[in-house]
Design a protein around this ligand. Sequence first.
Ligand SMILES: Cc1cc2nc3c(=O)[nH]c(=O)nc-3n(C[C@H](O)[C@H](O)[C@H](O)COP(=O)(O)OP(=O)(O)OC[C@H]3O[C@@H](n4cnc5c(N)ncnc54)[C@H](O)[C@@H]3O)c2cc1C
Length: 454
Amino acid sequence: MYDIIIIGGGPAGYNAAERAAHNKLKTLLIEKKSLGGVCLNEGCIPTKTLLYSAKIYDYAKHGEEYGVTFKEAAINHDFVIDRKNKVVKTLVAGVGAKMKKAGVEVINGSAVIQNKDKDGFNVKVDEKIYTAKHLLICTGSEAAVPPIPGLKEGIASGFCLTNREILDLKEVPKQLAVIGGGVIGLEMASYFNSVGSKVTVIEMLEHIGGFIDREISDILYKNYVKKGIEFKLGAKVTGVKDNAVEYELKGEKCELAADKILVATGRRASTQNIGLENIGVLTEKGAIVTDEYGRTSIANVYAAGDVNGKSQLAHTAYREGEVCINNITGKKDRINYNTIPAVIYTNPEVACIGETAESIQQKGLKAEVHSFTLKYSGRYIAENEKGDGIAKIIIDSQNKTILGLHMIGNYSSEIIYGVAVMMETKLRVYDIQKIVFPHPTVCEVIREGIFMIE
Ligand SMILES: Cc1cc2nc3c(=O)[nH]c(=O)nc-3n(C[C@H](O)[C@H](O)[C@H](O)COP(=O)(O)OP(=O)(O)OC[C@H]3O[C@@H](n4cnc5c(N)ncnc54)[C@H](O)[C@@H]3O)c2cc1C
C-alpha cells in the first residue's frame, strides 16, 4: 500500500515523485519506457544538444567578423548524434539516482488504472496490482499525426518522421520538408539546415512560431531565410507520396520533392489505454481536465504535465507536479499559467512570457507596448556584428506592472526567468528601476526599456 502512485516518469512525474518522497509519502513511480520522459529522451535535451553544436558551427562560420579564422569550419552529424546520446544517458541515469536517493520506488512497466475500492486506487502493471491513497497521472504526450493522406504509410516506411525518429537519423537528408512551423519544426529545421540539408518548412499560418509576437516572428523569419531555410507560409499539406509532399498555396496545387519529411504539427495528450474510464476521470479533447490545483474530476486523483493539454512545456510540468504534491500534503498551492516563459533555442534565440501586443488588443486590456533594440546593450553590440534583436515589453497602464515580455537575441533564454520573477511578484516599473543589473549584459536592455516608461 502506497500513499501515492505516480504514472509516468517524465518531468512532471519524476519531479513530483522526488517532492512526494521528501514529504514522507510512500511513493511508487511507474514508467513504461525510460525515466526522463519525452523531455530527456526525445525532446528538450536532445534537441538542445543538437542546436548547441549548430550554434558553435554558426559562430565558427562567422568567426571572421570577430577576427577569428579557421581553415574550414565543419559540422559532423554522426559525432553530434553520438554526443547527444551520451548527454541523454547521463541525464537519465541522474534521474534514476535522484529517485533512489529520495527513496522513491521505481518500477518499469505499463500502468493501467483498474478501479477504486475501500483501500484506494488499484493500478495494474504486468499482472501485479499496486494500491495507493492518491493517484498522480503524468503520462505526457505524443506527436500528433494529422489525417493527411499517405502520412501514416510514410511513417510506417520511415520516409516520414516524428521528433523521435529524426533525433536518431543517421544520414543527413539532402532535402528535408518540415510540416509545421511551430517551435519543434523550427528547431529541427534550423539544425538540419546547419548540417547541410535543403530545408523547406510548410506552415498553414501566414507566420512562423505560432504563439510568438508577430514582429519577433518576422525578425526570426528573416534570420532563417538568410541562413537558407525556405518557407511556404499559408500553405496546407494535402498529401504525402514517395519522395514528395503535396500542398495547396493560394488555391494552387504544388509539390515539393523531399528525401525525408518531419511531421511537427503538435502533440496530443497520452490518455489512451491507461484506464481513465475505469474510475471516471473527465477528459476534454483527449486531455485530462485539471484545475489550477492539479485536481481532476475525481477526488484524490491529480494530473500534471502534457497530459492535461494546457501548456505542454517541461517547466510547466515540473511546477504542476509540485503543485499537486503540495496540495496532497496540505500546503495549498496553485499554478499561475500567465507567468510561464517559452523559448525557441535556435540562433538567434527567442524568449517570451505573458501577453503579446496582439493579445492585449483581443482581450481589450489597457496596456502599453514598448519596443526597443537590443543594441542598448553594450554586450549585445560587442557580440553581434549584424544583430537585429529587439525586446518588447507590455505594461499594464494602470498598475504599471509587466504583463508580457518578448525578446529575440541570444541569452534571452537565460534572461526571461528574471522577467517571470518580476511578473510573479507583481513588481511595478518603479520597483524594477531600483534593481541593479550586472554590466555589461544583454539583460540590461530590460532596465533600459523600463526607464523609457513614464
Ligand atoms: C522535440 C521536442 C522538443 C521539446 N523542447 C522543449 C523545450 O526546449 N523546453 C520545454 O519546456 N519543453 C520542450 N518540449 C516539451 C517537453 O518535452 C514536454 O512538455 C515534457 O516532456 C512534458 O513532461 P511530462 O512529464 O508531462 O510528459 P512526458 O515527458 O511525455 O513523460 C511522460 C512519461 O509517461 C510515460 N508513460 C505514459 N503512459 C504510461 C503508462 N501507462 N505507464 C507507465 N508510464 C507511462 C511515458 O513513457 C513517458 O516517459 C519538447 C518536446 C519535443 C517533442
